[in-house]
Design a binder for this molecule. Structure first.
Ligand SMILES: [Zn+2]
Length: 199
């Protein structure tokens, strides 16, 4: 990926500076500097090394992805037939709309497929157990982890090798790698990337 750098250029004479200047030292103009983003181009050597030979599309074998049906007709239709291995699904909606309920029901439908890791950053194990009992959830392979540190979550994913991971919810998670607050765009982006890699 190209790295973006910012330079400042004098609009009068084209003099460049790494920082903004009130007065141009070359032509003595005042307030003539404006910010300009420059994109570093890849070196020829680096480019040559990274070039891969394009292959005929026909030479690839298309494998039909194995899908686990959720058992909910509407949801399976939206997902194109069910949950695809290695896929990441973002379930959004207003608070109280029933996201957590639907998620628990999905956990129950994948019974027999392997372990399900349920990570909650908001609710306690007791709260989720109560909901599961109310819904009559019978999958004994659901494992609960109350955690908001994504590095610990990722380690749990690696250790357990679950078939399905639930993160409820993504905006409560944080990574020490990113200084921005939990729930911010940069946190959500980083967490989504790293947790998907752990799968
Ligand atoms: Zn100038």
């Amino acid at each position: 990926m190209a790295k973006n750098k910012t330079i400042f250029v004098c609009s009068e004479c084209g003099n460049e500076s790494s920082k903004w200047l009130g007065k141009c030292p070359a032509c003595n103009s005042w307030n003539s500097f404006y910010e300009q983003k420059i994109v570093e181009t890849k070196s020829k050597e680096k480019l040559e090394k990274s070039v891969t030979t394009p292959q005929k599309l026909n030479s690839y074998e298309a494998k039909e992805q194995l899908r686990i049906p959720t058992g909910f007709g509407e949801l399976d239709r939206v997902l194109g037939g069910g949950l695809v291995k290695g896929s990441l699904i973002l379930l959004g909606g207003e608070p109280g709309i029933g996201k957590s309920t639907l998620i628990l029901q999905i956990c129950d439908k994948v019974k027999g497929e392997g372990k399900v890791l349920y990570v909650s950053g908001e609710e306690s194990a007791e709260q989720i157990k109560l909901r599961a009992d109310r819904l009559g959830i019978k999958n004994e392979n659901i494992l609960f982890l109350g955690e908001t540190d994504i590095d610990i979550v990722n380690q749990a994913i690696i250790n357990l090798n679950p078939k399905l991971v639930i993160i409820d919810s993504i905006q409560t998670m944080y990574s020490d790698e990113i200084t921005a607050a939990a729930g911010s765009v940069s946190q959500v982006r980083e967490i989504t990337r790293t947790s998907n890699e752990s799968m």
